[in-house]
Design a protein around this ligand. Structure first.
Ligand code: BES
Ligand code: ZN
Ligand code: ZN
Length: 483
């Protein structure tokens, strides 16, 4: 979609639809009314009050646009970026429902360019790759958005928001894609395509992983016909700084549960178990594209957790690159194994000063927090503060969970540690397991099993893959860049 700011509303060309935002409250307070005399009958009728997210479709005569969508923004004094995102998502959906491609927008009196455009850009998405006959019923995407009543100086910010939204769409595509297409090999291909002057990509294939002793990742991947791999994407945007952030994302391209096979209902969504890996790779790619002044490396351990004669075994013990041995008490707790190994590899070879890992780790976090909130576990107040502040700006909700001393439950008789410790406090025990591999580096763990893949559309997120967490990580990196 091409987005342009125009100063000349009166000289505008024809378009499919005009979005006219409207603050709830006394009519006189609205600037848009002056611009759109056609709407006064509707306002006088009292049928449209400007409630948050309310839309009304009009077909005024003698306008440049075929249709007009009046959009309620709610009360101005209650407004924030997230409310703007949701309201403009409603306008975008109204436009989509009429298959409008060429959109005009009167920018509202508000303080958040970000809220307005993220609402539109994040809604302007459809996953159509796997459609056949029904492709014609899919939403059409916008081709052109012309914005009026906005200073031209915001063009750069808009371009950046658009690039960020494209990265969100890239993650959604990977999450929604068939697990037989989005394999570890596909991740390697996508990563190689990301390489630019400032972004160094390194691939560790299975042989190399064995040589380096990354035994947990190799074990998890050994049952599948697709070989596991570890992808490193390094960006040094602050060469003089000693700070080095490690982002590690879970990349299970399909999670059958392994020999501890999942029941069908639970397996149905497991093509999404690689969302964390896609997110960290996209984050570093954007950090490089934006030239953020941070040093950051993404590590994406990628593997399929398959069931078969070569699957890793329950009760067997496997060795991590950290040297720690792990007794497998449940082959379905595979995410923590590959994250632990990737973190241990990063700690050993890259000497990071902080670590953030994320992935779709536990069903227990979905029970606790639902589909709209991820769990945050951390031993660093500084990282907690920045992640929480980033979360407040992006609308990607996180809730801090305790890291209570339940480590005893992960005790193993024959190895250094077991990979699970009972069903109770399941998400916390997963975090505690991973913490054992962080080598004392300040660390945060985000369990995004809820928001990574959702069962019904919610505001600007479509059903299934959401691209959750990318904007959060970018905002987090930006906060580190400002230090
Ligand atoms: N990938 C799943 C977690 C998951 C569940 C993600 C629901 C998204 C939605 C993970 O690998 C898993 O199976 N975890 C187990 C851990 C248990 C065996 C300790 C779980 O949550 O049941
Ligand atoms: Zn699992
Ligand atoms: Zn999993």
């Amino acid at each position: 979609m091409k987005v342009v700011i125009s100063q000349d509303f009166d000289a505008r060309k024809r378009a499919d639809l005009l979005i006219v935002p409207y603050w709830e409250g006394p009519k006189a307070a609205s600037q848009t009314e002056v611009r759109s005399p056609g709407i006064s009958a509707l306002l006088d009728s009292g049928d449209f009050k400007g409630k948050h997210g309310e839309t009304a479709l009009l077909y005024p005569e003698e306008r440049q646009e075929t249709r007009l969508v009046l959009l309620g923004l709610g009360k101005k004094n209650e407004s924030d970026p997230e409310r703007l995102r949701r309201a403009f998502s409603a306008a975008a959906k109204a436009a989509q429902s009429k298959k409008a491609k060429d959109i005009h927008l009167l920018f509202p009196e508000c303080h958040s360019v970000r809220g307005v455009f993220e609402g539109i850009f994040l809604t302007d998405y459809a996953y159509t790759e796997l459609k056949g006959d029904s492709l014609k019923d899919s939403p059409v995407l916008f081709e052109r958005l012309t914005v009026f009543d906005l200073d031209k100086k915001f063009q750069n910010e808009i371009d950046r928001l658009q690039e960020t939204a494209s990265a969100v769409h890239f993650i959604r595509d990977l999450v929604n894609g068939n697990a037989d297409d989005v394999t570890p090999e596909r991740f390697v291909k996508e990563a190689k395509a990301m390489a630019t002057k400032g972004l160094q990509i390194t691939i560790l294939d299975r042989k190399r992983l064995e040589k380096e002793g990354v035994g947990l990742l190799v074990a998890v991947g050994q049952g599948a016909r697709y070989e596991p791999a570890m992808i490193l994407a390094e960006y040094k945007g602050a060469p003089k700084s000693k700070e080095h952030i490690l982002l590690v994302g879970k990349g299970i391209t399909f999670d059958t549960g392994g020999l501890c096979l999942k029941p069908p209902d639970n397996m149905l969504s497991m093509k999404s178990d690689m969302a964390g890996a896609a997110t960290v790779l996209a984050a570093v790619k954007l950090a490089a594209a934006f030239g953020l002044k941070v040093n950051v490396t993404a590590i994406a351990p990628v593997a399929e957790n398959a069931i078969g004669s070569r699957s890793y075994k329950l009760g067997d013990v496997y060795r991590s690159v950290s040297g720690k041995t792990v007794e497998i008490m449940n082959t379905d707790a595979e995410g923590r194994l590959i994250l632990a190994d990737a973190i241990a590899y990063g700690v050993k070879h890259l000497r990071p000063t902080s670590i953030v890992d994320l992935g779709t780790l536990t069903g227990a976090i979905v029970i606790a927090l639902g589909e709209e909130i991820s769990g945050l576990f951390t031993n660093s107040e500084a990282i907690a503060k920045d992640l929480q502040s980033a979360s407040a700006s992006t609308g990607e909700n996180i809730w801090r969970m305790p890291l209570f001393d339940y480590k005893e439950s992960l005790r193993s008789d024959i190895a250094d540690i077991a990979n699970v410790g009972g069903r109770d406090a399941g998400s916390m025990k997963c975090a505690l397991f991973i913490q054992e591999f962080t080598g004392g580096v300040p660390w945060a763990h985000i369990d995004m099993a809820g928001p990574g893949f959702i069962s019904k559309p919610k505001h600007y997120n479509p059903t299934k893959g959401t691209g959750w967490g990318l904007r959060l990580l970018i905002d987090f990196l930006q906060l580190q860049a400002g230090k």
